[in-house]
Ligand binder design. Structure first.
Ligand code: ARG
Length: 468
């Protein structure tokens, strides 16, 4: 008996197809169509394997492959009609193929949508990681490039958003290069676990057909550094595992947090209060009301978008935590979280990199802000330490010097040597050398320190590494 709102008939045990409301509620093709390339490539490899083990004849294989190729070019050209009533990308492609090519009906032998969807997703994540890694390097290059263009610009480094000690702008930028380097490492590490072939797991329990899983894995590039096929080892795990999606989204969330922090620094630096940088007009926007405004929207949006990337990770973890083994339809909800995460972080990385190429330090303001001798108070304490005073006592003495200068409304440089000695006898004439910014910076010279030699070394190291 057919229901009136029925949209598609199902064969076999079903007397009627799902109602239109059910189909609309459960379809995923409106978003998982994005897996089409992976789906077609995966189906071709599966068909080649079915031929190898004698399920498909040579001409059936050829018919299937050219049928899939035709579908692929139609999709690429925007000429393919996606039907929501066919639920997802997998059924849409297979149904169209089978309508055109009778052998298409054999394609789903020993395969389930459950392992097919796992396969397609793994291939999709793999591709995204490769693209993202390239884009991350581009962003790192922009940061290093900005540092290299202005190697002598000093700014105050901050703790508690209070001026702390002078640092080279390049040193500050390189901090983000380090963070992004760890992000890249995390994505590369995740890649190893993404790059494992689930096909052959069937719906949950494999198949009685003697599949050649190694062949499929090799065909699809699921191999380690030695070219050995990488296969999932448990069919139940393989169809329900979404760890690789979580890992990708977790690495992306941390990346988004890094980008958000960088954005915050740039927003502060671009403010009238700081005025350390100018962002070119093309990467800023105006206000509809206030004619004087120039807003750092790219950085603000990047900071804002980190929220949804973090949200996507939390959604995924929440989605997974209560699922009984194995595949449950809930898992269909993973895709939009994954797609949105990848789209968002990739766009942020690209835009941030481009914006930095159009960002310039306002050297005069940076110089003014970093030349306050108070930023070298710690150097004075080190001076006393070199003369044998325990650091705690040195810290106390310099604190008293700072208080004295404040009381007299002078900078540390304007105090006389007598005044220094009135606080601590160990001070002598050469103390003023400590307050020479250039000399002071040159003292900071071991690995990781912000001295000019070290910063130049780090710039050179990264720029070499990013060239390859
Ligand atoms: N559209 C589904 C998803 O994205 C495909 C798998 C459906 N499997 C099933 N047994 N209904 O998860």
């Amino acid at each position: 008996m057919k229901k009136r709102n029925q949209v598609v008939s199902r064969s076999g045990r079903f007397e009627s197809g799902p109602g239109a409301d059910v189909a609309a509620f459960s379809e995923s093709v409106s978003f998982d169509w994005r897996l089409w390339q992976q789906d077609i490539t995966g189906s071709m490899a599966h068909a080649a394997m079915l031929h190898k083990i004698g399920i498909l004849t040579q001409s059936e294989l050829q018919a299937i492959v050219s049928g899939l190729e035709r579908i692929g070019s139609e999709i690429a050209a925007g000429d393919f009609e996606w039907k929501p009533e066919l639920e997802d990308v997998h059924m849409n492609i297979e149904a169209t193929l089978t309508k055109r090519v009778p052998a298409g009906a054999k394609l789903h032998t020993a395969r389930s949508r459950n392992d097919q969807v796992a396969l397609d997703m793994r291939m999709w994540v793999r591709d995204e990681i490769v693209h993202l890694l390239g884009e991350l390097r581009e962003l790192q290059r922009s940061l290093v490039g900005l540092g290299e263009k202005h190697p002598d610009v000093l700014i105050p480094g901050y703790t508690h958003l209070q001026r702390a000690q002078p640092v080279f702008l390049a040193h500050h930028l390189l901090a983000y290069v380090e963070m992004l380097g760890r992000d890249s490492d995390r994505f590369q590490d995740a890649f190893v676990r993404v790059n494992i072939c689930p096909l052959g797991s069937g719906a949950i329990a494999g198949s009685t057909i003697p599949l050649d899983r190694e062949f499929v894995a090799q065909e699809l590039g699921f191999v380690d550094g030695h070219g050995r096929a990488q296969l999932t080892q448990n069919s139940m795990d393989a169809v329900s595992d979404r760890d690789y999606v979580v890992e990708f989204c977790a690495a992306a969330a941390l990346l988004a947090v890094h980008l958000s922090r960088l954005s915050e620094d740039l927003i502060l630096w671009a403010s009238s209060e700081f005025q350390f940088i100018k962002i070119e007009d093309t990467y800023t926007t105006g206000s509809s009301l206030m004619p004087q405004k120039k807003n750092p929207d790219i950085a603000e949006l990047t900071r804002g978008k980190s929220g949804r990337v973090i949200g996507n990770l939390v959604s995924l973890l929440t989605l997974l935590k209560g699922l009984p083994m194995t595949y449950n339809r809930d898992l269909q909800e993973d895709k939009e979280r994954l797609f949105d995460t990848a789209d968002t972080v990739r766009a942020c990385v690209r835009l941030m990199g481009a914006m930095l190429q159009h960002t310039h330090p306002v050297e005069e303001n940076c110089r003014k802000a970093s030349s306050d001798p108070a930023l070298l108070a710690t150097d004075l304490a080190d001076y006393l330490v070199r003369r044998g005073l325990p650091f705690r006592k040195a810290h106390h003495a310099v604190g008293a010097i700072v208080a004295l200068a404040e009381k007299q409304n002078k900078t540390l440089k304007q105090l006389t040597i007598d005044e220094y000695q009135s606080v601590e006898k160990l001070f002598s004439d050469d103390v003023m050398d400590c307050l020479e910014l250039k000399k002071a910076m040159a003292q900071r010279n071991f690995t990781g320190a912000p001295g000019p030699r070290e910063v130049k070394k780090q710039l050179a190291r990264w720029s070499k590494q990013l060239k390859e």
